[in-house]
Design a protein around this ligand. Sequence first.
Ligand SMILES: Nc1ncnc2c1ncn2[C@@H]1O[C@H](COP(=O)(O)OP(=O)(O)OP(=O)(O)O)[C@@H](O)[C@H]1O
Length: 903
Amino acid sequence: MPAQSRPAGSRYRRTGWAFVILALAVVTGLREWFGVSGAAGGVLHHIAAGPVGVLGLVVPLLLGALGVAMLRVRSMGRVHARIAVGALGVLTGVTGIIQVTSGNPSLSYGIAPLEAAGGLLGWVAGYPLALLFGPVAAVLLFLLLIAFSSLVVSGRTVADIRELLAERRAGADDGQDGRGGQGDSLATRTLSRVRRGLGGRQEDSDASDTSVLEGYDGDEPFRSALETERRPRGSGRRRRTTPKQETSVVPVQDEASAPLGDDFSQTSVLPDPVPGEPVGAGRDDPPALRPRQGAGRAPASRPVPPAEPDAVTEETPSLDEPDLADQIAMSEMSAMALPDGTTYSLPEDSLLEPGPGHATRTEANDTIVSTLQSVFADFNVEATVTGYTRGPQVTRYEVHLGRGVNVSRVTSQEKNIAYAVGSDEIRLLTPIPGKSAIGVEIPNADREMVKLGDVLRSQAAKKQAHPLVVGLGKNVEGDYVVTNLAKTPHMLVAGQTGSGKSSFVNSMITSIMMRATPEDVRMVLIDPKRVELTIYEGIPHLITPIITSPKKAAEALEWVVREMDARYDDLASFGYKHIDDFNAAVRAGAVEPLPGSQRVIAPYPYLLVVVDELADLMMTAPKDVEASIQRITQLARAAGIHLVLATQRPVAQVVTGLIKSNVPSRLAFATASQLDSRVILDQNGAETLTGQGDALYLGPGASTPVRVQGSWVTETEIRAVVAHVKAQLTPEYREDVVVPEVKKQIDEEIGDDMDLLLQAAELIITSQFGSTSMLQRKLRVGFAKAGRLMDLLESREVVGPSEGSKARDVLVAPEQLEETLAWIRGEGAAPGSADEAPGPQAGDQANDPQAGAAATSVLPADRYGQDPVGASSATPESASWEDDSADPDSEDAWSLTGRGGSW
Ligand SMILES: Nc1ncnc2c1ncn2[C@@H]1O[C@H](COP(=O)(O)OP(=O)(O)OP(=O)(O)O)[C@@H](O)[C@H]1O
């Protein structure tokens, strides 16, 4: 239906009427409430009391509200019509009851008795009813009318209200109980504990049964990692006056109609094409066109005309609200004592700056709408753009099809649409999840930045006290989105260079520093690129210095597997299935070491392992890395260990089928090709992303990814947060947890070379001379084979790393020859391992019969005091994987080939 452009005169007429009504409200108010009036006082009284009798006292208020509404609302929509009809019903019911209960006066005695009762309205409704059915039945009928009309005003059904009450009751139960009933999330339980806080907290500490909790992690159904803040639409004032904001869709007018983007009052709202679909509020009640005061606009990626006149900006989360740090610090999880007796304080909110406001409509959007309409018209597709939701980086335009029109008629126009809007990064959603509409996502020419600070200050983040909540960004509807890494529980992050992976990793680590103490979360950061994560060096959340060597990284993953196993054993011995349950019990004082045990039982921190370039690891030791990742991802969730694997090479060699099948959550930034997109998401889509933080997030078990603009944190902000946490505490790298594993590495690495390897080991150990060229000569093998044997011997700690031209150090004494050979064969322990680490019976766990299953672990008070990699293998680390045989002076094999110092 084409909208008619309304002449300016019509608008002034409307405003004029609004002022007339307001004036009437003032004079009737003065007359009815204060008796202040002149000659027209009688008329005014009749105007107020005539229609509704004694309710005339509220007529000035109603007139005032009507006048204000006429000034604010540009066109009467269905919502207003519904409210008006409902209100009339309520008024009729009330005046009818007044009429009946005031003796049912008749009009034949004049208007005065009616004005003292229910007025003309009450008389019209009440008089005949009372005569027909009697006063009691009439009152009951009016009560029914009032009830029905109230439902009409509220726009809800009885079933809706019942659900609402049930929710409220559930909420109230939680509030009173405060003990975290079954089904509570960890966050709820944590907050319940906070509420319990000072009073009655010790109630449970006398629980004698160490394995009984009020609720368990396993109680929680419908886990979802994603949490979205449903942002109230429109301005703050609008929020109060609009009873139900059902959707964020900004309505648009028909293409054939008047110019777009000029004035919403000129738009004609299209009828809802899908009966029953909630599109109400946005259409009937378009947002006020008001730029947010002081809101700067994000730098536009392409120059566009300034969008100010049409801009509607959402408030950024207020900095005035209670500080994020304070809120989280209230949680007892975060009460971490520092060595100097003070308490660890989380960084202040203000360290993360607020971002610009969010525009829900700009001129650029309206231009695109008309372009889309033209494409449909030009190609004879019976489809209409009925509205759009503007996100920070893209806007999703909603397209409804005419009756009997095939969806493919629109999808086949993809290239034409791309051509018309001048962007090859459009994405079609058929349909938009949960709606009977096609979504066309088109990048905003005036895209906005999403600041991490705003995401963390949003309600979505604040309502979860969980320390692993990470500010993901904003979705296409402009809602803040956070994810809980504990529920994720492992994530693959991929995208081409410059797509925003590292920015995400930064946001993630900063989120954790903002919300979690080192007692809550410890991290292993693996950064083979060596530059991305160095900024975090020395933060107390680290369990080991940042790992940059791929070989060490592979070892670190093995350590994580061992840590996971140790945690499992420990949980099993105390009868818990999930670390959250164990920690809750420890915090409640319900876990006691058995009599005689010296062990200090402390909650386990979550362990977050971040790999910032999986490809580098997979190049180095693919089998080991894959096996470790597989084991961690299969089991580690309940042990509180979570993996985030990032790569810019989403190819099958890096993201293998095994890794994919075990890492349930995927975050795809822009990829170079559809093939890459399919490797990450198992579907196309990521190739159409616009880069710079534009991402698709596929949660565990989900089939449709959610598009988000990743949150952005500047280096200055990161440095400020890092400085805050580092100033309080230095990292305590891990000391000694687990008995170093006996490496049974008779694997494919050795293959058919076992005999040669044993001979090589014997030669080197007996001669105590670690030379590759000697192996070449004595074993009559080529350079490559001799080099490989030497590498294998290094990995089995028979020789040290290459030292350029010198022969390698031999680490095994001749008297250890036999046990070394046995170990290489896979029989028995590594030579000397018995001295290096306490055996299964060592440590206080040994005194703890209950911990029998965990007997391999030694759990000192500080379990995280030493570099896990350094601790678990006393191996000197090789500076490089190369033999320095290219050195001309090297007596190593390459120099003996006579081919000079280089290739
Ligand atoms: N969420 C975001 N908001 C705004 N800009 C972003 C965002 N993420 C990334 N960018 C922009 O994109 C640039 C590249 O991002 P980033 O370094 O995170 O990419 P990357 O995928 O890690 O690339 P590489 O793999 O080469 O490190 C950033 O310097 C920044 O300008």
